[in-house]
Write a protein that binds this ligand. Structure first.
Ligand SMILES: O=P(O)(O)OC[C@H]1O[C@H](O)[C@H](O)[C@@H](O)[C@@H]1O
Length: 551
């Protein structure tokens, strides 16, 4: 249980300090401290992280780090790495860092070296991957596997789907598709051009009981058995889960199952067997590089002093805006099209982790917690929502993510520079304009008509972090993931919440199960307890009655 720092004099000091900083423009902060752009940055692995365009002074950073210390971030960090049950509401260890630990390390949990277990599964995944990629593993009719369909949802989908897309350039194995939604169009649209003889399903579910995944997996099973017969199942289905009994009940043998452990949270699981489809796509060596990237940031997070600790600094900046400025959201804008699913991935990672309003001991939190994460790749976002970022009334801190080297490049129209150069120029221009804006006087100087001047004023003073990686590779992607995982952790400790449970999603699930029968029962008025839901159900039922194609 963490110390409640929100009731301490240090918190009050930060709160008072916030009013001073809030009254100062970023232009003034740079004028008063012209070298901040050279100093307020940190390097972690291959990531250079500039945080000088934040609404902080050097004093603010010191106070925020004091707050992190007072909350016990260092102590809790060690507790996480060593397997203490820091997920208190579920009484579980939180050991996603063990998934990427060096094989020579040892971590004993309940008498078992979990790192040995991790590498045993990685070894089996590697062998399986090699067999699928080389064509030794074949479908029931003897054909090679050409497409892998990953069926899973939440953490069993977003991590691998994001990583597969991000590492598109490195894919030299079978194509992978991802089916998650209970909406049948997801499965149907993905299967429409596939051949059952060359398709392998990887059914991913920690619990192996999630309604969406089990429903999609049984429909996929019918698709395979309808075309190839019951005996084909073992050649076309493998499972990733912590629950052997449920997997075997589904008809997948333990040989075709890749396990993980209850101490891996779904949203922290992409480095476990949950990443199997990514490994099949990019090969085991590159998957190892991916894990190595995460490990580099784990080590940085565990050992770097707080002053140069990237996840600590970025996490505390998130606390600064959320708890002191009352900012609701953070935009993540990757200037790398292959990171298109990164914001969606971060939504689960951050919002399922820190979207809590009680502390770990069940008492209400005394501050705003969590941040709404959202975003789209640049430059697309510039032509859509950046207007609000630049001139709207909300304070929305931005994380820009870019790379100094492209994975692919093309010349520009005029042949001067490359498309990647222009992409990067856009990233830098956006962060500059957000921070410094354009004043009334500067605009009037251009001869802009007086009545247009207020419309053209760019207020600036809008904070951003710029994360520049060397190149989007399996390793740098792993680094980015761990960078955000540990930010979430730091914030959770300061807010005193349990970042590793997700009770808030449970009621929606049981409620859907309870409501289901009311939708297909054609009897009298549904007894659902409120007139809004009852009216919507009546409307749905009427439409359902008129449809002829239903069973
Ligand atoms: O992997 P599964 O057990 O199928 O769970 C899939 C997802 O469903 C749940 O509702 C949780 O909110 C997620 O954290 C989890 O990743």
């Amino acid at each position: 249980m963490t110390h409640n720092v929100t009731t301490t004099p240090l918190w009050n000091k930060l709160s008072d300090h916030h009013w001073e900083v809030a009254a100062t423009h970023l232009r003034e902060l740079f004028d008063a401290d012209p070298h901040r752009g050279e100093d307020l940055n940190v390097t972690a692995g291959d990531l250079y992280i500039d945080y000088s365009k934040h609404r902080v002074t050097r004093e603010t950073v010191g106070l925020l780090l004091d707050l992190a210390r007072a909350a016990g971030v260092e102590h809790h960090r060690e507790a996480m790495f060593t397997g203490e049950h820091i997920n208190t509401s579920e009484d579980r260890a939180v050991l996603h860092t063990a998934l990427r630990a060096n094989p020579e390390r040892e971590l004993i949990l309940d008498g078992q070296n979990v790192i040995e277990d991790v590498h045993a599964v990685l070894g089996r995944m590697g062998e399986f991957t090699d067999r699928v990629r080389s064509g030794v593993w074949r479908g029931a009719t003897g054909e090679r596997i050409r497409t892998v369909v990953n069926i899973g949802i939440g953490g069993s989908d977003l991590g691998p789907a994001m990583a597969y897309r991000a590492l598109r350039h490195y894919v030299d194995g079978p194509e992978v598709r991802f089916v998650s939604n209970i909406d049948p169009t997801d499965l149907l649209s993905n299967l429409t051009d596939l051949d059952p003889r060359t398709t392998l399903f990887v059914v991913v579910s920690k619990t192996f009981s999630t309604l969406e995944t089990m429903t999609n997996a049984s429909a996929a099973r019918r698709w395979i058995t309808g075309a190839l017969g019951e005996d084909a199942v073992p050649r076309h289905f493998v499972a990733v889960s912590t629950d052997t009994a449920r997997v075997t009940d589904f008809g997948i043998t333990a040989d075709n199952m890749f396990g993980f452990w209850e101490w891996v949270g779904g949203r922290y699981s992409v480095g476990s067997a949950v990443g199997l489809s990514v490994m099949i796509a990019i090969g085991r060596e590159r998957f190892t590089e991916f894990l190595g990237g995460m490990r580099a940031i784990d080590e940085h997070f565990r050992t770097a002093p707080l002053e140069s600790n990237a996840p600590v600094i970025l996490g505390m900046l998130g606390v600064w805006y959320s708890s002191f400025f009352g900012a609701d959201s953070r935009a993540v804008l990757p200037y790398a099209n292959d990171l298109a699913r990164f914001p969606a991935y971060l939504q689960q990672l951050t919002m399922e982790s820190n979207g809590k309003s009680v502390r770990a001991d069940g008492t209400p939190v005394g501050t705003f917690t969590g941040e709404v994460f959202w975003g789209e790749p640049g430059t697309n976002g510039q032509h859509a929502f950046h207007q609000l970022l630049h001139q709207g009334t909300h304070l929305i801190p931005v994380d820009f993510v870019g790379f100094t080297e492209p994975v692919e490049d093309l010349p520009t129209l005029d042949g001067i520079g490359s498309m990647h150069d222009v992409l990067t120029a856009n990233l830098l221009a956006q962060s500059k304009v957000l921070a410094f804006g354009r004043t009334e006087a500067e605009i009037a100087e251009d001869g802009t008509p007086a009545e247009l001047v207020p419309h053209k004023v760019m207020p600036g003073n809008r904070p951003s972090t710029t994360i520049l990686g060397t190149k989007l590779t399996p390793s740098t992607l792993g680094q980015l993931i761990a960078l955000y995982e540990h930010q979430v952790f730091v914030q959770g400790v300061v807010w005193g919440i349990d970042s590793f449970d997700q009770w808030g999603v449970e009621l929606g699930k049981t409620s859907a199960l309870e409501l289901g029968p009311a939708l297909w029962d054609q009897g009298g008025a549904p007894e659902v307890g409120d007139s809004s839901t009852a009216s919507l159900i009546r409307l749905y039922r009427r439409a359902r009655k008129e449809r002829s194609c239903l069973p």
